[in-house]
Design a protein around this ligand. Structure first.
Ligand SMILES: Nc1nc2c(ncn2[C@@H]2O[C@H](COP(=O)(O)OP(=O)(O)OP(=O)(O)O)[C@@H](O)[C@H]2O)c(=O)[nH]1
Ligand SMILES: [Mg+2]
Length: 202
């Protein structure tokens, strides 16, 4: 189920709608940061310290000053407008937690794939994952300082995305920027789901 109706009323007095959105992408790309920046509730986090033992398996190359990593998920909530809120589920970034993705993606309306242009290839698995499962997604480039800036078109080409897949630039630490990304996901997912519906009836 991609959404649920909650008991609290929406602006027009109708039921409020709560949609599930995943925030995915490679290790250390800013998923936990994004969920924390936009969430109106204190986000649920499952961070563990990156340990010396983990250095052998945790790929910290290119990720500066990172001391913790997500081991299960992030959870947050944001109201997009009266009557429409999003439940955000941030995925763990490391390969060894892949087994959690199927569970987390159950019932998701759409997803954000966060990307870092210094390590663009790290988001290939997330892109593949959502493409195969036909879960609508947008690619959000988290613009770290010091990273060369690329246009949305370059990123789209480098990732070999379908033409309709939106690419947006963002700052995962900034609430408005994060909210903008989430609005794009909802719009894109809405278009994709409508097109599929028309396909099945037509
Ligand atoms: N300069 C800069 N630093 C950022 C930005 N986003 C995140 N960071 C930092 O980058 C590091 C990684 O952020 P996280 O949010 O933990 O990344 P993650 O994708 O959740 O990582 P995993 O769960 O371990 O895969 C943290 O030290 C953040 O403070 C950004 O936009 N700019
Ligand atoms: Mg994280």
């Amino acid at each position: 189920m991609a959404y649920e109706r909650s008991d609290s009323p929406g602006a027009d007095g109708g039921d409020a709608l709560a949609l599930k959105i995943l925030v995915a992408g490679g290790f250390g790309v800013g998923k936990t940061t994004l969920v924390g920046a936009v969430s109106e509730i204190r986000p649920l986090r499952t961070e563990e310290r990156l340990s010396r033992a983990g250095e052998l398996v945790d790929d910290t190359g290119g990720v500066d000053r990172k001391t913790t990593t997500t081991v299960a998920m992030d959870f947050g909530r944001i109201t997009i407008r009266a009557g429409l809120s999003l439940y955000l589920f941030g995925t763990p970034g490391q390969d060894r937690f892949w087994f959690l993705w199927d569970e987390l993606s159950q019932g998701a309306l759409g997803a954000v794939v966060l990307a870092d242009t210094r390590r663009l290839e790290d988001c290939f698995p997330a892109v593949d994952y959502f493409e195969h499962r036909k879960i609508p997604f947008v690619v959000a480039v988290n613009c770290f300082e010091g990273a060369r800036s690329y246009g949305a078109r370059d990123v789209s080409r480098a990732l070999d995305l379908d033409r309709g897949t939106p690419v947006v630039l963002c700052d995962a630490r900034d609430r408005d920027s994060g909210k903008e990304v989430l609005i794009r996901v909802v719009e894109h997912a809405g278009r994709m789901h409508t097109a599929r519906l028309l396909d099945t009836v037509g």
